[in-house]
Write a protein that binds this ligand. Structure first.
Ligand SMILES: NC(=O)c1ccc[n+]([C@@H]2O[C@H](COP(=O)([O-])OP(=O)(O)OC[C@H]3O[C@@H](n4cnc5c(N)ncnc54)[C@H](O)[C@@H]3O)[C@@H](O)[C@H]2O)c1
Ligand SMILES: O=C(O)[C@H](O)COP(=O)(O)O
Length: 526
């Protein structure tokens, strides 16, 4: 049975799902060295934001197949290191969207009405109504930086509170911003005009210290800034200095450059600052959502199925996956077949996506074809995550062509592999919704479903050749399940595709190519 390590606190709903297929160990608060010591036993690791999954941990995880992040941000995982090792990294892109957005909205209101400090004052026994006079958000300007899932929800709710909305997001269209009631503006204008600035962007090299002494100086002296996105987007030293000097009006932070927050000037500031310990996703509802979402994906991957929200398998979103699943199986089978026909080291793989496959969405088929191609060399070590990297490292040049014209089938896939031993090609399509058919081998039309053991011959189409081959196989006790000849002209060159019940015995290929008329023979296991 597989083993899963849960190293951050995860809702029981997720543990229950994992327990259906694996032994689950929950070990919270492990130090990096402790994690390195035990990770080698586990097939999967499930985390939130507290566990840092470094390259060292990934390398020690020799059995790891998947790292599941029960939340959105995977910045605590060395994703490139996982990708190189063929480990799938999955997250829950939407499970905590509402929770994080509501936390940002709560911060906006709490900051405006000094709720944390007023509450603390009453609890201390005081009744001070004069120190906590607040400000209304109604008719104030909210600047939303990052109009993605969380930013959009914040904008929608803020609109209903009567706020005027500015937004900055270079990857969002004006139309989308307008639908949300936001005016898309440049960042400087947002800084200058906003009464509240709320950050909903990932931490990237471009967004690190986006809020710094220079940008803080552009804001209104009454501006309040809210960060429920990622620590490090704000330069905390510059922020504390700006707050102390009264250059801005307030700040509410849920995330910090270093977590847990250590010594910080921010702690010493008054009611103009609210600090929460990374609570954005901490609602009962969000925790159930993310735990189920990620546990289901871990379960699927442990059962050999693809994951719906893998961050390191390009283009493999849930909708695309559903649509492409049968074609991915086709691509993988053809890749495996052409790799075996080509033998030797493949240097160039030409992939032609025809008909309904000739869309941008079909990128995962290229990955699936490479996975199939590399299977003979790497076996279980190649997967959708590392197939492209492995191919690149082996110097395999991939040439993709797309042709939207529809021929005999709605969509066909043609692979041609050129290597040290020559060039071979295969074409395949789906019959009905999912039945794979080989429709061409080395340019000769055939129509056969692939089977586990196959024999292909290149021969001259002439009387008696099929009988001779049949007798030869019979003399080696090989049972033929089906046989088909593909030819372009009568008595010209032809290809024979045989499905056989067992692997060919050693040495028989040499006997086959001695049969007069047979030029080449290839045995394949799919
Ligand atoms: N505090 C928490 O507990 C908590 C919970 C959930 C998510 N988060 C964080 O919130 C952030 C937003 O999450 P989301 O789910 O909305 O992500 P998302 O991917 O849906 O949205 C991010 C948006 O930022 C935009 N963006 C990227 N780079 C930008 C840049 N340089 N300038 C402006 N916009 C840029 C993108 O176009 C996108 O629209 C992430 O950092 C996530 O990790 C925090
Ligand atoms: O990226 C996220 O999903 C949030 O930062 C939540 O982090 P958490 O799972 O540690 O609460």
């Amino acid at each position: 049975m597989s083993k899963v390590l849960v190293s951050d606190s995860i809702d029981q709903a997720g543990i229950d799902i994992l327990s259906q297929v694996a032994t689950v160990d929950v070990k919270l608060g492990l130090k990096p060295a402790e994690l390195i010591e035990i990770i080698g036993e586990y097939d999967a690791l499930m985390i939130r934001s507290s566990t840092r999954v470094t390259q060292e941990i990934i390398e020690a995880g020799t059995q790891l197949k998947i790292i599941g992040r029960a939340g959105v941000g995977v910045d605590n995982v060395d994703v490139p290191a996982a990708t190189r090792r063929g480990i799938v990294v999955v997250n829950s892109p939407e499970g905590n969207t509402i929770a994080a957005a509501e936390h940002a909205l709560a911060m906006i209101l709490a900051l405006s009405r000094h709720i944390p400090d007023a509450n603390a004052s009453v609890k201390r026994g005081a009744w001070d109504r004069n120190s906590f006079v607040g400000a209304e958000v109604y008719k104030k300007t909210l600047g939303v930086v990052g109009l993605g899932k969380i930013g959009s929800h914040v904008a929608a709710v803020a609109k209903t509170m009567g706020m005027k909305l500015l937004a900055y997001d270079p990857f969002i269209s004006t139309d989308r911003a307008e639908q949300l009631g936001c005016q898309l503006v440049e960042l400087d204008l947002l800084f200058q005009q906003a009464d509240y600035i709320t950050l909903h962007i990932p931490k990237t090299p471009e967004t690190t210290h986006l809020i710094n002494a220079t940008t803080l100086a552009k804001m209104k002296p009454t501006a309040r800034i809210i960060n429920c996105a990622r620590g490090g987007i704000i330069d905390e030293v510059a922020l504390a200095a700006a707050l102390k000097a009264g250059k801005i009006g307030g700040a509410a932070l849920d995330v910090f450059e270093s977590e847990p927050l250590g010594e910080s000037e921010l702690r010493s500031l008054g009611k103009e600052v609210i600090l929460t310990p990374h609570l954005g996703a901490s609602t009962a509802e969000a925790q159930v959502n993310v735990a189920i979402d990620v546990a289901e994906q871990i379960r699927d991957v442990l059962l050999g199925l693809p994951a719906r929200s893998a961050v390191n398998i390009p283009g493999l979103g849930p909708d695309v996956l559903e649509e492409l699943k049968p074609y991915m199986q086709l691509a993988e089978t053809l890749g495996n077949l052409v790799g075996q026909l080509a033998g030797g080291r493949v240097e160039v793989l030409n992939i032609r996506l025809q008909g309904e496959l000739a869309t941008n969405k079909s990128q995962p088929l290229v990955v699936a074809a490479l996975k199939g191609l590399l299977y003979q060399a790497l076996r279980e070590r190649v997967n959708y995550v590392n197939a492209s990297i492995e191919a690149k490292e082996r110097g395999i040049r991939v040439i993709e062509t797309r042709d939207a014209s529809i021929r005999d089938y709605a969509g066909t896939l043609h692979l041609e592999a050129t290597g040290t031993l020559g060039t071979h090609s295969v074409t395949g399509a789906l019959l009905g919704e999912r039945e794979i058919h080989l429709t061409d081998v080395d340019g000769f039309p055939i129509n056969v479903p692939p089977s586990k053991y196959m024999l292909f011959t290149l021969h001259r189409d002439m009387p008696g050749i099929i009988g001779k081959l049949g007798s030869l196989l019979g003399s080696f006790n090989v049972n033929i399940a089906s046989m088909q000849v593909g030819r372009k002209i009568v008595r010209g060159d032809a290809v024979m595709a045989l499905s056989i019940d067992d692997p060919l015995p050693e040495g028989i290929l040499n006997e086959i190519i001695k049969v007069p008329g047979i030029r080449d023979a290839y045995t394949v296991t799919l």
